[in-house]
Design a binder for this molecule. Structure first.
Ligand code: SF4
Length: 279
């Protein structure tokens, strides 16, 4: 089974993917990976805590009051997550600074949720458990998906369920493009769209990439070419994994190719064991 992130890793570099997934080499933790995983965890906790927040509302609230309610809960949760991950965070950041610098993302997420809830409440005049039961979309974080037919599996950061459709969302903490989305992110979302469509039988016409560095969500509208590329890439990755040949390196200086401490001996040893051809 190929994972959706294998497809994007393949687009970035087939050699790196081969070294990691076939030969089992592991790149040491990087600053961006630690930051990304803590932010993802925080967003997951926030989505999962929304039910308790909404059910606790037993009188009509203004948009500002809703925002304060979300912000308070979100900031507390983010503090707990930073605390839980402090050992990893300390490898690269000052924990206090990390908390302060990234709190704005959490606050902005709270503003978005409060605005959505406020307009839903204005239209539906519901409170507490009834409000939660009726609230649309229902957001599910870290949703695991798998399809034997597609030969793909993956975990989408968030899926927003409406009555007749689903909108997947990916959270990206790296650099955002000047406009639109990076191609790899479009392909990742399109792969989740295929998986969601097959599993739930609902329309998946568009998805969102949330670039936390610029605090902006950008829409991807899926078309036939996206889905065709996902299937073609899946076949290419399957072929790569079955191959005995390590793909050619390029002129960049990534950990495996440009770094003098790139564990070259270990790589040669593994290739010998697996009978892979070196280039
Ligand atoms: S330097 Fe190596 S790992 Fe990096 S992109 Fe080039 S081939 Fe891939």
């Amino acid at each position: 089974m190929i994972s959706v992130t294998d497809l994007t890793s393949y687009l970035f570099c087939p050699r790196k993917l081969y070294l990691e997934r076939v030969l089992g080499l592991v790149e040491p933790h990087k600053e961006a990976i630690v930051k990304g995983s803590v932010i993802h965890k925080a967003m997951e906790y926030l989505t999962n805590s929304e039910e308790a927040i909404v059910k606790s509302i037993n009188s009509p609230l203004t948009k500002l009051e809703l925002f304060e309610l979300y912000k308070l809960k979100s900031s507390e949760l983010f503090g707990e997550i930073v605390q839980l991950n402090r050992a990893r965070i300390r490898e690269f950041f000052d924990t206090e600074e990390f908390f302060i610098q990234n709190l704005s993302l959490i606050v902005s997420d709270s503003a978005e949720r409060a605005a959505r809830l406020c307009s839903f409440m204005a239209q539906n005049k519901l409170l507490g458990s009834e409000l939660w039961a009726a609230l649309m979309p229902k957001m599910v974080s870290e949703l695991k998906l798998r399809s034997e037919t597609l030969g793909l599996s993956g975990v989408v950061d968030r899926a927003d369920f409406y009555e007749t459709c689903i909108v997947p969302l990916e959270i990206k903490t790296g650099k955002a493009p000047g406009r639109g989305t990076w191609h790899g992110h479009e392909i990742q979302l399109a792969a989740y769209a295929l998986l969601l469509k097959e599993h739930y039988g609902l329309e998946v016409k568009e998805g969102n990439v949330r670039y936390t560095a610029i605090d902006e969500s950008r829409i991807v509208r899926f078309n036939h070419f996206h889905f065709h590329e996902v299937k073609a890439l899946t076949a290419d990755v399957q072929k790569l994994f079955a191959s005995r040949k390590v793909p050619m390196f390029c002129k960049k200086t990534c950990f495996y190719c440009g770094n003098p401490n790139n564990k070259a001996e270990l790589l040669m040893e593994k290739m010998k064991i697996l009978g892979s051809e070196s280039i």
